[in-house]
Design a protein around this ligand. Sequence first.
Ligand SMILES: N[C@@H](CCC(=O)N[C@@H](CS)C(=O)NCC(=O)O)C(=O)O
Length: 180
Amino acid sequence: MPRWYLEEKGIPYELVMLDLAAQGNRQPDFLAVNPFGKLPALEDDSVSGLDGQPLKLFESGAILQHLEDHHSGEQRSAAERSLTAQWLLFANATLAIALFVPSNREREFPRLMQELDRQMASGGPLVGDRWGAADCAVSAYLAYLPIFFPQEDLSPYPSIQALITSTRQRSAYRKVMGMD
Ligand SMILES: N[C@@H](CCC(=O)N[C@@H](CS)C(=O)NCC(=O)O)C(=O)O
């Protein structure tokens, strides 16, 4: 997700690829950035961390919020920033669980999808008038649906289907997903 956001906004970055099969995420160099050994993680040498070293961040939602606040070059109001935090947490703490944890999936999937479909009926951004971090996180999970669950019937959710189609047509998304 953060890489997709970086590409969408034209923010320069250096990508460090890790070989998970070789436990690259458990090596000291990476654990110094994310001690939990999870991806993604960000080191931002334009911002000092509390230790005076380049800021290090883990959790995709926190990274997206940081990128939007400090690198997008876009002004967001206090309300927009708070709503962005709401959608980032919804994506990572509620939607992801409803999609990928089987016991939650049975219970929560239709309810969340129905309301999300309604929220997305306008086809516009989730927050304000520009595509942003909130759209990145929510669309990324929704666009995983046909990849991980190709048998899932999404026809009851036409706005989500349209969002998945338009997401898959975005050049930055296609680039980071290796679709071209
Ligand atoms: N909530 C975290 C999830 C991080 C996560 O689970 N990352 C997976 C890849 S998507 C990972 O690092 N897996 C390797 C491992 O756990 O060893 C986030 O959004 O950043």
